[in-house]
Design a protein around this ligand. Structure first.
Ligand SMILES: Cc1cc2nc3c(=O)[nH]c(=O)nc-3n(C[C@H](O)[C@H](O)[C@H](O)COP(=O)(O)O)c2cc1C
Length: 207
């Protein structure tokens, strides 16, 4: 099973970084698979530590994939690092093994410390829809526009039926990022069509 979390790391020069990340649990250990290149990978390998944040504040997921990474953090308790203030639970981790891979290394992390800060209120469909939407936004560059449109239309149902103000805000950020991406792609398409048309013209037509 994969669980969607927010991983906080700190760079070698002390700059905190947040990224949504799917994790697997193997016994007491936590398995992370950050893509390369990524700040999360560099920071974990550079410092040997990361913090796993479990939160239902889906604005953090949507925010991170739409350029809003500045979420309140507080210092971790037992490792050099920061945790998300909005975390219901956080787990402080130490890197114990790296399985190298050109694209997606596997990092096995041991638990150093865990703490609980809030209660889980239950599943909310709009929160799940925002997580799905954030995954779509993080992959916009490789997904066909039609697939994105269809999936967003389906996820919109859960937003309309079950969202609160935080989920609506997160959803607006995602929809706006998708609209900007699609507008940029339309400009590229138009420019390519004009270029092709110009290449087809005879020398007389061009003069
Ligand atoms: C729900 C969710 C899960 C994600 N899981 C992963 C993951 O397991 N590995 C990964 O590299 N990126 C994952 N991403 C994408 C990263 O959050 C995003 O690409 C991020 O910017 C990583 O690069 P960075 O560390 O340089 O910020 C996920 C995104 C979302 C929204």
């Amino acid at each position: 099973m994969i669980f969607e979390t927010v991983v906080s790391t700190v760079s070698a020069d002390g700059k905190p970084h947040l990224a949504p990340m799917g994790v697997r649990y193997r016994g007491d250990d936590v398995i992370l698979m950050p893509f390369k290149p990524s700040a999360t990978y560099d920071n974990i390998v550079g410092t040997g530590h990361a913090v796993l944040n479990l939160t239902t504040d889906v604005r953090v997921f949507a925010g991170c994939v739409t350029g809003r990474r500045d979420w309140p953090l507080v210092p971790a308790e037992r490792i050099p690092g920061m945790r998300l203030q909005a975390a219901l639970n956080h787990v402080e981790l130490r890197l114990v093994e790296e399985r190298a891979d050109e694209q997606r290394p596997v990092l096995r992390m041991a638990r150093v410390h865990a703490a609980r800060h809030g209660d889980f209120a239950g599943f909310n469909r709009a929160q799940a829809a925002v997580i799905e939407g954030a995954v779509l936004v993080s992959r916009l560059h490789m997904l066909p526009a039609e697939k994105v449109r269809e999936e967003i239309a389906y996820l919109q149902i859960a937003i309309d039926k079950t969202a609160g103000p935080d989920e609506h805000e997160a959803w607006r950020w995602l929809r706006s990022a998708i609209a900007s991406h699609q507008a940029a792609m339309a400009v590229v398409r138009d420019a390519t069509a004009i270029q092709k048309q110009a290449q087809k013209q005879t020398p007389e037509q061009k003069s």
